[in-house]
Design a protein around this ligand. Structure first.
Ligand code: T46
Length: 140
């Protein structure tokens, strides 16, 4: 695949996890043997996001993540510098792959939204690209 076709392909890669349930309720497990494309070193979740807030607005140099909206809904916008794609996150069994060097923004959080994120490494602020101009020059 040449560079141009790669840049124009669909950006979102969704991972469907298995829903395990019984009469007591539901359970979803996530690890590298169940669809997460890396060994999970860190997990965090975003909740209680105020109305109108936009989060994210960065890319990661080498961090790989998977986001799952385990409650409520929100939008995640993916941007590779050429294509922008808006993904509606509203299922606790669907993970969105967030590979390195993919700009992402989150908005339109419902009051009950809990966005769980699994990450391939520990938190490191120097690993973030928080300027869109810098992101564009890095992916050239
Ligand atoms: C991402 C999207 C989806 C920590 O101290 N440790 C952590 O593991 C994380 C993730 C954040 N923080 C601190 C850094 C900031 O002071 O928590 C504060 C909020 O982080 P940030 O403004 O980066 O949050 P978001 O929602 O813009 O971005 C987060 C993740 O940081 C980011 O990696 O991909 O969610």
């Amino acid at each position: 695949m040449d560079k141009l076709s790669k840049k124009n392909m669909e950006l979102s890669r969704l991972i469907e996890f298995s829903l395990m349930g019984d009469e007591r309720g539901s359970l979803v497990a996530m690890d590298s043997s169940l669809g997460v494309p890396f060994k999970v070193k860190r997990a965090y979740f975003i909740f209680d996001t105020k109305k109108g807030v936009v989060r994210g607005c960065h890319a990661h140099r080498s961090l790989h993540q998977v986001a799952v909206c385990v409650s409520g809904s929100c939008n995640i916008i993916l941007d590779n510098g050429v294509v922008r794609e808006n993904i509606i996150m509203n299922s606790p069994i669907i993970g969105l792959d967030l590979p390195p060097m993919l700009w992402h923004e989150m908005n339109n959080f419902s009051d009950d939204c809990i966005l769980l994120v699994l990450a391939s490494d520990f938190y490191d602020e120097s690993e973030y690209i928080r300027s869109y101009e810098e992101f564009l020059s890095c992916i050239k």
